[in-house]
Design a protein around this ligand. Structure first.
Ligand code: CMP
Length: 147
């Protein structure tokens, strides 16, 4: 089953939006298979955001994601990557549709609340950065037959 990694960035926790954001994804029927709170250090931040190295916003991005604890979650569902990206909305909150997480709750591209993997390959790479194998769980929920 397809998986995706999301990070609830420091602003999600500081603004007490963790429950609201997780609920929006869970209520769609997407299952949590791994979850942890952590302080990201510079090394992990640079590995996670390596594709943005050299871009003008890179330094700010690393400073922001290391500024306060985050919550990392691995979700699982059919078409998980694209389903979650639809719920999250586009990167720039000023262009994100109402009803999406960024459209409803964020206003700047730096403080856009949440990171979501952009492909199955990224999801695999990113999940391995944040989770040891034994903290991603393979389990069934009875409700799955209704989804
Ligand atoms: P995220 O999905 O975490 O991936 C990279 C982050 O860089 C992005 O969300 C934004 O928060 C941040 N960022 C800042 N400026 C830009 C930009 N011009 N284009 C893309 N991402 C940006």
């Amino acid at each position: 089953m397809e998986k995706s990694l999301i990070l609830l960035k420091p602003d999600s926790i500081q603004r007490s939006l963790v429950g609201t954001i997780i609920s929006k994804i869970e209520q769609k029927g997407i299952k949590i298979v791994g979850i942890r709170m952590l302080q990201v250090d510079e090394n992990l931040a640079k590995q996670h955001y390596h594709i943005h190295e050299g871009k003008p916003f890179f330094t700010n991005l690393i400073e922001f994601i290391t500024s306060s604890p985050i919550i990392a979650i691995v979700f699982e569902a059919p078409n998980c990557v694209s389903q979650i990206r639809s719920i999250v909305g586009v990167t720039d909150p000023s262009e994100a549709n109402p009803g999406t997480i960024r459209g409803d709750f964020a206003s700047t591209i730096d403080a856009n609340l949440i990171h979501a993997s952009d492909s199955i390959e990224s999801a695999e790479y990113e999940s391995k950065l944040f989770f040891p194998k034994n903290e991603i769980f393979d389990y069934q929920k009875d409700i799955e037959k209704w989804l």
